[in-house]
Design a protein around this ligand. Structure first.
Ligand SMILES: Cc1cc2nc3c(=O)[nH]c(=O)nc-3n(C[C@H](O)[C@H](O)[C@H](O)COP(=O)(O)OP(=O)(O)OC[C@H]3O[C@@H](n4cnc5c(N)ncnc54)[C@H](O)[C@@H]3O)c2cc1C
Length: 398
């Protein structure tokens, strides 16, 4: 059976970046599994723009060679802010070809503890072992479906993450539930695809990332002040952004403060590019779904104010609730051994879990290292920390 030093599950920004860093270490046999950039390519809407700024959209590599600028120079592709998702996917695939050309796209269906570390089973039945395991499998397994919609079939109510092309909803009456980025961008893109769309949000107002007023202020601040207030990682409001860019500091704060920072930095909010594009979409605020039921090929939704809506489909822009036990590939015994708090793994330095040699990167790490871990810009910290933990050295440029 093939034995590796490090197996990485996931070929998104975190898995690719970790592999690029670890492969600078001679003699370390690192293998990456998963379809590169598949979450971005298959589970986010075509036509979307990234909400993160330019510096925060770079997938980290030790020598800072695989940048958006280098991608543009080598491919001739031109794009600006906000970055279109199609360009980001192409950038990620280009990064993968340079950094990890031998990614194994097969799905890992089972992982269990083994005398040598971990045993992985692939979708076609092949098995292998690895001394260390890095899980960088993203958030797709954590899509949140509120219980009011549990009994409805997927043809009538579905999570935003299962949609990519909205043209099939032209002429349909669609309700989008939620007030965050996924819900708002689905509302805008459905409207532009010709659907009759409404959005319901329980919030009293929509939070816009860098609202119109703050954008003006932002420009007036000048580069030096702006750089003092906001870290290039682009997570969180002024000043707090600088703190969140330092996960080692964040994890030393009292738990209540960490939780407050996390809630503030990840509260539902929409990117600025959506403001104009939602002008003609009805957004009902302070509104919740009281009940939903199927009626033939329609769905009837009763709102908390008594309004009854007869719809063709409900889009659940209801976000993701992290619970590592929902990673179906993890054997139950392994899940039991991972110390968790409310579904999040409790991680120590090097993003290592309570199971020795098992590291967990990306959004599940936010409980231990703060909200930076939920965004592409967290890949620099995570990759360096994992490198240090596994090799005992600081990562050096390739
Ligand atoms: C609508 C939306 C918009 C967003 N916009 C931004 C943004 O503008 N900027 C930003 O920084 N972040 C954004 N995010 C957050 C974004 O999801 C994360 O930043 C990013 O995807 C984290 O990368 P990752 O490598 O952890 O996960 P992913 O990109 O999800 O990669 C995980 C990979 O693991 C693979 N995988 C999973 N299970 C298995 C398995 N069993 N076997 C093999 N492979 C497996 C998947 O195929 C996938 O390729 C957005 C999220 C959403 C939902």
């Amino acid at each position: 059976m093939t034995a590796y030093d490090v197996a990485i599950i996931g070929a998104g920004p975190y898995g690719l970046s970790a592999a690029r860093h670890l492969r600078t270490m001679k003699g370390l046999d690192v293998r990456v599994f998963g379809k590169p950039m598949s979450f971005w390519d298959e589970n986010m809407p075509a036509g979307m723009f990234l909400r993160s700024n330019w510096t925060a959209t770079q997938i980290a590599d030790p020598a800072c060679e695989l940048t958006l600028e280098a991608f543009q120079a080598s491919t001739g592709r031109r794009f600006h802010l906000p970055v279109p998702i199609s360009d980001f996917v192409e950038y990620g695939l280009w990064y993968q070809r340079q950094a990890v050309p031998d990614v194994d796209p097969r799905k890992v269906v089972r992982v269990e503890s083994d005398a040598s570390g971990f045993r992985l089973h692939l979708v076609d039945g092949e098995a292998l072992t690895s001394r260390r395991l890095i899980i960088a499998a993203g958030i797709c397994s954590f899509a949140r479906r509120p219980p009011e919609f549990d009994h409805l079939p997927a043809e009538l109510a579905s999570h935003t993450s299962v949609h990519r092309d909205f043209r099939t909803f032209a002429g349909k009456h669609v309700l989008v539930v939620g007030g965050g980025q996924s819900a708002l961008e689905s509302g805008a893109l459905l409207h532009e695809a010709g659907a009759k769309v409404e959005v319901v949000s329980r919030a009293a107002r929509i939070h816009w990332l860098q609202g119109v007023l703050s954008k003006t202020l932002h420009h007036r601040l000048g580069k030096v002040t702006r750089n003092l207030l906001y870290a290039p990682t682009d997570v969180g409001p002024a000043v707090i952004s600088q703190l969140l860019a330092r996960p080692d500091l964040v994890r030393r704060l009292p738990r209540a403060v960490q939780d407050k920072l996390r809630r503030r930095a990840t509260r539902p909010a929409g990117a600025r590019w959506l403001v104009d594009r939602l002008k003609n979409v009805n957004i009902r605020l302070n509104s919740t779904v009281a009940s939903a039921s199927a009626s033939g090929d329609h769905v009837e939704v009763r709102l908390n104010d008594g309004t009854l809506l007869k719809l063709d489909h409900v889009f659940l822009g209801t976000g993701y609730k992290i619970d590592v036990a929902k990673y179906e590939f993890l054997a139950p015994e392994l899940i039991q051994s991972i110390r968790r708090s409310n579904g999040f793994p409790v991680l120590k330095e090097g993003l290592e879990s309570s199971v020795s040699g098992l590291h967990i990167l990306g959004a599940p790490a936010i409980w231990s290292f703060g909200p930076l871990m939920q965004f592409v810009s967290g890949s620099r910290y995570a990759s360096r920390a994992v490198f240090r933990s596994i090799t005992g050295k600081e990562s050096q440029p390739a």
